[in-house]
Write a protein that binds this ligand. Structure first.
Ligand SMILES: Cc1cc2nc3c(=O)[nH]c(=O)nc-3n(C[C@H](O)[C@H](O)[C@H](O)COP(=O)(O)O)c2cc1C
Ligand code: SF4
Ligand code: SF4
Length: 253
């Protein structure tokens, strides 16, 4: 028996929350990185006695389409599964139910679902520094309760919040670009989950492929890559009210 962490985490917040849970479980863990565009996800082997954690950020209250596409290729083989949706303190709306539908279609058996908050990857002042100590404590407690359920063999599917049909998926249309400080090192091109940046012309990106995940901005070693500051400012203003109050992690079990 092993723990399989299946994670889509372009800027690392989702993975930080997932790590808190898997570390608390203390079971040998392997990672399936849904951001890795070179992996063949249909070849990931999950056994029926494994415990899977599927961790995905909310984009516009939905599962990012690229993550949904890759997650759909994995075969769950009846393994117990925990869903973790991570969001930037606005709302996660239909993300968890969409994750549930994909995971059940894959053949996973859902035993619990968790929502957690991490720093907003576009407007970094929202939920800055989260998951923090308080989140860590809560997530560790959740992890303990989930492990108890798994080890006791109880299999009830929890009631998960969200609507079907899901809310309409939207695009934020932010396509970061390399500025004057870009040394054309190609690092952003190597790690872009969508393959939107060419190594030959790394200052630009293919806007038909870009999912606005901000990974290229985060990894650039020269701080040369930025999203349009006017658009980020507008997003910040639009989110000000709804992100103002702290949201807490939730467990559905
Ligand atoms: C394109 C995009 C859309 C997002 N939409 C939402 C949203 O609807 N609600 C929310 O609270 N946070 C939203 N966020 C913030 C992310 O869900 C959050 O920062 C998450 O931790 C990012 O995961 P990562 O750090 O693993 O990349 C969005 C971020 C991006 C890049
Ligand atoms: S990682 Fe930064 S410096 Fe390197 S190619 Fe991309 S934008 Fe340019
Ligand atoms: S180019 Fe777009 S999809 Fe690629 S890493 Fe940057 S923001 Fe993400």
């Amino acid at each position: 028996m092993k723990c399989v962490k299946i994670v889509f985490s372009p800027t690392g917040g989702t993975d930080r929350a997932a790590e808190i849970i898997t570390a608390q479980w203390g079971i040998e863990a392997v990672t399936v990185d849904l951001c890795d565009r070179n992996l063949d996800f249909s070849q990931r082997h999950i056994h029926s006695d494994d415990l899977a954690l599927i961790a995905i950020p909310s984009y516009g209250g939905r599962v990012p389409a690229l993550a949904a596409e890759r997650l759909s290729l994995i075969r769950g083989n009846g393994a117990a599964c925990v869903l973790l949706c991570v969001y930037g303190n606005r709302a996660y709306e239909d993300t968890l139910v969409e994750m549930q539908d994909i995971a059940e279609k894959d053949g996973f058996k859902i035993i619990a679902a968790v929502s957690a908050v991490a720093e907003h990857s576009i407007v970094r002042k929202f939920a800055a520094g989260r998951p923090d100590d308080q989140d860590r404590q809560i997530l560790r407690d959740f992890a303990g309760r989930i492990l108890d359920k798994f080890q006791s063999g109880r299999q009830g599917v929890p009631q998960i919040p969200g609507k079907r049909p899901y809310k309409k998926a939207g695009s934020v249309g932010l396509v970061p670009k390399g500025g004057a400080a870009c040394l054309r090192c190609g690092k952003c091109a190597d790690v872009c989950p969508a393959g939107a940046i060419s190594r030959d012309r790394p200052k630009t990106a293919d806007k038909s492929k870009c999912i606005s995940c901000m990974r290229c901005v985060t990894v650039c070693p020269h701080s040369a890559r930025k999203a349009n500051s006017i658009m980020v400012f507008a997003a910040s203003k639009a989110l000000e009210k709804v992100c103002a109050t702290r949201k807490e992690c939730e467990l559905f079990i």
